[in-house]
Design a protein around this ligand. Sequence first.
Ligand code: PLP
Length: 198
Amino acid sequence: MIAATKQRTSSEIDEAIRAGIAVVGENRVQEAQEKKPSVTLPASWHLIGHLQTNKVKRALDVFDVIQSVDSLRLAIDIDQRAQAAGRKVDVMIEVNTSGEASKSGVPPESACELVLRVSALPNVCVTGLMTIGLFAEDPDLGRPCFARLRDVRDEVVRTGTSIAHLSMGMSHDFEAAIEEGSTMVRIGTGIFGPRPHA
Ligand SMILES: *Cc1c(COP(=O)(O)O)cnc(C)c1O
């Protein structure tokens, strides 16, 4: 379980880690950069929001894993920055399984090819796929999105490339996501309560 910590304070994040959370998911590079120095307990930090290419360097300063890679261009930038920093970076490929134009992510039809191309880069390692289900009151409406992500994973596996993780499911739909094969749920309000208005 990842704690989705957008709009939460550093002390709330510490409290979650103390309660057993090992992975923190933040949406914005700048917000994470501001809060992380005041978080005293160790955790793995994952970027779960969209990443602009001009923020890659800063993102790599803050995050252990970039879950939102949705273009080869972005992956190449991460690869080059990783090389300059002398490290390898774990990334996940974000797939737009709901078809909603407001969401980022590569279309499912192109996802397998992107995984293979990104996997060929020397300084990044593709550890999984990420998606945001269709936003709806009824969590079962998100279910086909989660099944679609699993299908993409199976397509990749058939090429002989293994990927361990499916990051899917949020507070309102994690049960359906787990039933469809999620290995990583991203929970915000379910841990911390309703978000304060921005
Ligand atoms: C906010 C957010 C979550 C968590 O959402 P909740 O409904 O608060 O559980 C998960 N994933 C992403 C990408 C988010 O932006």
